[in-house]
Design a protein around this ligand. Structure first.
Ligand code: HEM
Ligand SMILES: [Ca+2]
Length: 604
């Protein structure tokens, strides 16, 4: 059940149905939903679109899906299937021959925080449901051990050969939504849709959870201070709190191989289960969890008559606003150039009830994955002087995934956080796309082999039946790429453009995520024209379709808004960590003291 209807109801603009027709329609809609196994029947139907943006609802489609059997078979499922006269290339081939890179260029303006915030805030917006174990049990196959296309398995093959010994990477299809899509187009209504299991609104659901049950499990219900539960066993070197451990032990997180006492550091619990994927992600989660408790403590101090519930909800409301402000005011204008920002997002003009704030499939499966080629192969840890840490040296990325013990036993969150603000971000060039740290050594929980993020992205796009790159260019009002010369002008690298055509054989067959990341950036932005359009449209919908957007009428008072505007990620860092020297803009790089005694390759 979605949590968004619970969010601070007393601040909400109430929207009741005006006409009997609407009520009748809503009843129809309600029973229709029940018929198709919606379990969300508790959601009050006094709102016009109570499921827009709610957790556990399907992604919206901005273009209809293209499945091989029109309804559910992914692109590339049937080996003989031709697209424009050619088979689609294997995703692994695209990944290994074009995407994979052993070095990465540095960004000239922004800190590593820009990359980390992208991943962090994405986890507030989309989380695609995976096929549950029951789907595998029902079909009698184990996707970890098959190289055959058998629902729900869609393995990442290494060769087009279908016979003999084969190797492949395991891939499980995203779960299908279990109700029929309401649309006037019957063909589209029956198509497989994928689910977003979190609230798409930027509402800090990754701090608090997207279901009431998860929310309750993260709270400290024993005190009257409206706080989040803290780790009972461990504190950082200065006595600050860590996130609590997950309830189900032992957890799958990696352990310190040199620990003789065998004292385990389990996975942390937060509002989003991906919190343990990388150390910078855990650091950002820790910051906002501490900030909630800091604000709750302050609110209780000045309003000692408030109940625990009131303190919790008020602090949560502020934390949600901080996520919105940092994303829309500080992050997005660095990803999008000014012109695209003005064109696709523009100034805020109030809540618009006609805007659907649900995340779109292409945003989750392609556009916001623009960040994957910016992943750095190295995690830098810095000391108080922003120099390489003497005790905790830098690490290859694969050594850091699901390794929370490195926070607890290696100096707390500060060494990593200093590396996030004090080291330049990585950027993209057509011949240096996805670092081999994730193209060959990606750790995915419960998959006992090293995975390839580029292949996963491409296979996921085909699993979801996303239309191709050229279709999306047309959707965005951009001209489709029809000639090699046009492709060269988009990619700005002749040999890469030629390689793309050689592998794909037809320009209409290019996968949308791949097409988006090889476009050269718009001036003063970190994405090209297609992703500017898709990111811009989504961000505008998330803002304008949110009744509780921090700037919307009656959400905060003018005075509160003025105070909130003074906030920054840097202030949150100063208030909740040992770091006392931060540039006002944590995404900016130029300020950082120069790192000494480090090779260029380590830093860049
Ligand atoms: C070390 C850094 C990162 C790692 C290890 C990582 C890993 C992953 C993995 C394993 C997936 C699931 C792939 C699939 O099976 O389809 C994923 C999904 C995704 N990632 Fe990342 N990622 C990282 C950074 C980023 C960044 C920087 C961004 C954006 C700026 C980003 C955006 C996304 C998006 C939008 C999805 C889809 C989420 C969903 O709807 O389920 N990631 N990532
Ligand atoms: Ca959310």
């Amino acid at each position: 059940m979605a949590i968004n209807y619970l969010r601070n109801a007393k601040y909400r603009e109430k929207k009741y149905f005006g006409t009997v027709t609407k009520v009748a329609l809503d009843f129809f809609f309600f029973f229709f939903a029940l018929r198709y196994c919606w379990t969300s029947f508790m959601i009050p139907f006094v709102r016009q679109n109570p499921l827009w943006g709610a957790a556990n609802t399907p992604f919206v489609r901005w273009l209809p899906a293209e499945y091989e059997d029109e309804e559910r078979e992914p692109k590339g499922w049937n080996p003989g299937r031709l697209y424009n006269g050619f088979q689609l290339p294997l995703v692994r081939q695209v990944s290994q021959e074009i995407l994979r890179s052993c070095s990465k260029p540095s960004d000239d303006a922004f800190s590593q925080m820009l990359v980390e915030w992208g991943q962090y805030i994405n986890h507030d917006i989309t989380f695609t449901a995976q096929s549950p174990g029951t789907a595998m049990r029902m079909s009698g196959v184990d996707c970890l051990n098959t190289c055959e296309n058998v629902h729900p398995c869609f393995p990442i093959k290494f060769s087009q050969m279908q016979c003999g010994e084969q190797d492949c990477l395991p891939f499980t299809r995203s779960a299908p939504a279990c109700f029929v899509n309401c649309t006037s187009d019957v063909r589209q209504a029956l198509q497989r849709q994928q689910m977003n299991i979190i609230t798409s609104f930027i509402d800090a659901s990754l701090v608090y959870g997207s279901t009431p049950k998860q929310q309750a499990s993260l709270r400290d219900l024993s005190s009257d201070e409206g706080k989040l539960a803290v780790n009972e066993r461990l504190k950082d070197p200065k006595g600050r709190d860590y996130l609590p451990f997950v309830a189900s032990l032992p957890s799958p997180c990696r352990q310190d191989p040199n620990d003789v006492d065998g004292e385990r550091v389990e996975c942390f619990a937060a509002g989003d289960t991906r919190v343990n994927e990388g150390l910078p992600l855990t650091v950002l989660h820790t910051l906002f969890f501490r900030e909630h408790n800091r604000i709750a403590g302050e609110l209780k101090r000045i309003n000692c008559h408030w109940s625990s519930e009131t303190v919790y909800q008020e602090a949560r409301k502020i934390i949600g606003a901080l996520h919105q402000i940092i994303t829309m005011r500080d992050y997005m204008p660095k990803i999008l150039d000014q012109e695209s920002f003005d064109h696709y997002i523009g100034p805020y003009e109030g809540y618009d009830e006609t805007v659907d704030p649900s995340a779109s499939n292409v945003f989750a499966t392609a556009a916001f994955r623009f960040g994957h080629p910016t992943i750095s192969p190295i995690l830098m840890r810095l000391d108080e002087k922003f120099q390489e840490h003497k005790c905790f040296p830098h690490l290859r990325l694969h050594q850091t995934l699901f390794s929370q013990w490195r926070i607890v036993k290696e100096g707390g969150i500060e060494p990593i956080l200093r590396g996030m603000i004090g080291v330049a971000a990585r950027t993209v060039s057509p011949d240096m796309l996805v670092t081999e740290e994730v193209a060959q050594k990606l750790v995915v929980l419960n998959i006992p082999r090293e995975m390839d993020l580029g292949s996963l992205n491409l296979q996921r796009g085909r699993d979801h039946g996303l239309p191709g790159y050229n279709d999306w260019r047309v959707f965005c009002g951009l001209s489709p790429i029809k000639t090699l010369d046009h492709l060269k002008s988009i990619v700005k690298d002749t040999s890469v453009a030629e390689k793309i055509l050689k592998i794909y054989k037809h320009l209409d067959n290019i996968d949308v995520w791949f097409g988006g990341i090889i476009e050269s950036f718009n001036p003063n932005s970190r994405i090209g024209p297609l992703f500017s359009c898709l990111m811009g449209k989504q961000m505008k919908a998330l803002r304008d379709g949110d009744r509780f957007w921090w700037e919307a009428e009656n959400v905060f008072t003018q005075q509160q808004k003025a105070e909130l505007s003074k906030t920054s990620l840097s202030r949150i860092i100063c208030d909740n960590t040992d770091i006392k020297e931060v540039h006002p803009d944590a995404f900016s790089y130029h300020w950082a003291p120069k790192l000494e005694n480090m090779s260029l390759e380590d830093r860049k």
